[in-house]
Design a protein around this ligand. Sequence first.
Ligand SMILES: Cc1cc2nc3c(=O)[nH]c(=O)nc-3n(C[C@H](O)[C@H](O)[C@H](O)COP(=O)(O)OP(=O)(O)OC[C@H]3O[C@@H](n4cnc5c(N)ncnc54)[C@H](O)[C@@H]3O)c2cc1C
Length: 469
Amino acid sequence: MRSVQRKNFGHNQTLDPSTAYTPVDEAEVLRILNRHRDQRIRAVGSLHSWSEAVLAEEVLLDMGQLRAVELDTIDGQLVATVGAGCQISRLLDELGREGATLPSLGLITAQTIAGAISTGTHGSGRHSLSHYVLAVRIARYDKLSGKAILEEVSAGVPLEAARCSLGSLGVIVSVRIRCREQYMVQEFFREYAELSDVLAAQDAFPLQQFYLLPWNWSYIVQHRRETKERRSWHALIYRAYWHVVMDYGMHLLILFFARWNKTQSLARFSFRRIFPAFALRNWRVVDRSSSMLVMKHDAFRHIEVEMFVRRQHLDAALGYAKDVLHVAGGITSDLTPENEGRIAALGMKEDLAAIHNHYHHHYPICIRRVLPDATLISMASGDGDDWYALSFISYARPSQRAGFLQFAEFLGLSMSRMFGARPHWGKLCPHGAEELRSLYPRFNEFRAICKAMDPGRGFLNHWTEDLLD
Ligand SMILES: Cc1cc2nc3c(=O)[nH]c(=O)nc-3n(C[C@H](O)[C@H](O)[C@H](O)COP(=O)(O)OP(=O)(O)OC[C@H]3O[C@@H](n4cnc5c(N)ncnc54)[C@H](O)[C@@H]3O)c2cc1C
């Protein structure tokens, strides 16, 4: 038992529990739950979330010691049973030894499996990780005896809830997830002026993701597809290029603009002339998916808001974001007439005026396609069109984020009201509870399952309590 204050990766959340544990097995998790039956308990992973979902107010469970991995073949399907606190990086190593991998990957691998599924972590061109979850083993309290029990949730609506549950059903001790054989990915960069051309390439490159370069307003596309080709002989050189040029070189320049340089015209000039040159065009490389799909995006501290829109709204949402960035950066004081009309209809003209000239954006806007998930509340949940996640990132120092936070709140709220955009549960979530609930048609089903599995409300924090009660 330890009592320590902790900060999340972004240093925008501080956890100040009265008690903290690092249980080593399921039996210890049950003992802790029985010992703290009258207190609020929150399990966490790598604390890579920026939202208040991670806040532990009384008892904190760091699940890092539960990290066993077992790979089986069930009905011809590769299935891994993974301890809740196993980091994705370790899981990939273990699976890699058996020639297997995960069906979907985010940009980094530092998250734990339970943390990643609990907020709907996603990559590009596939469903979020939550979608592939077959069962979740959860420690919670029995309604009648009040004693801690273990339950495996593996079917029906409860499984759809458990696939992405914000820590609200109990303490996840392990996750059973569909895997697949390791595969090769071909990748190369190209630049486009028009979104329609980027989207037209999607059928040929289903795993692609792309970046809208601020102040240049072109699209740098990372075309990606699965291939049967062998690993390129120059794959290692490509990895070294990514590491030196993209992960560190480009990010150090971004840090310079975000933290030291106050000459905004120089930043805009760099985005037009220097940043596009970082992406070497048409260098076609084939490498293992688990190397190709990730990057060292956690090398420098930053903060992020990410909004999910359906494909039908993508064009308008990107045009709107560009417009708002112009106003926030002080380049213009008004939006285009169409967007002005939208803002006026929402009664948000004053909010727009308040961000004018308060925030100068300094990071490519990453856009990833996420297929609809079979979950109740992950951001891509629900049938219908594909979702596109638009991320806005700031590398300003934690003490200098006021402009970004104001911009993120305005953009997030207005995009939700205009386009039904959903904020990532693990990233900045400036919305109120009522507004968040309204974005998910099946939220009440989720709420009912939380109530049934956690009748004593022992697994809430103040943020999820607002959301669920
Ligand atoms: C640099 C960086 C890059 C990122 N890239 C991506 C990306 O590409 N795609 C994407 O979608 N997201 C991305 N994220 C967001 C990240 O994937 C999510 O926030 C994820 O939830 C973090 O996992 P974690 O293990 O750190 O969990 P934490 O942040 O510690 O916890 C997240 C939630 O899970 C709950 N939880 C954790 N473990 C348990 C458990 N055992 N039982 C019950 N509840 C539990 C917590 O209570 C909390 O509500 C990124 C974040 C960072 C910092």
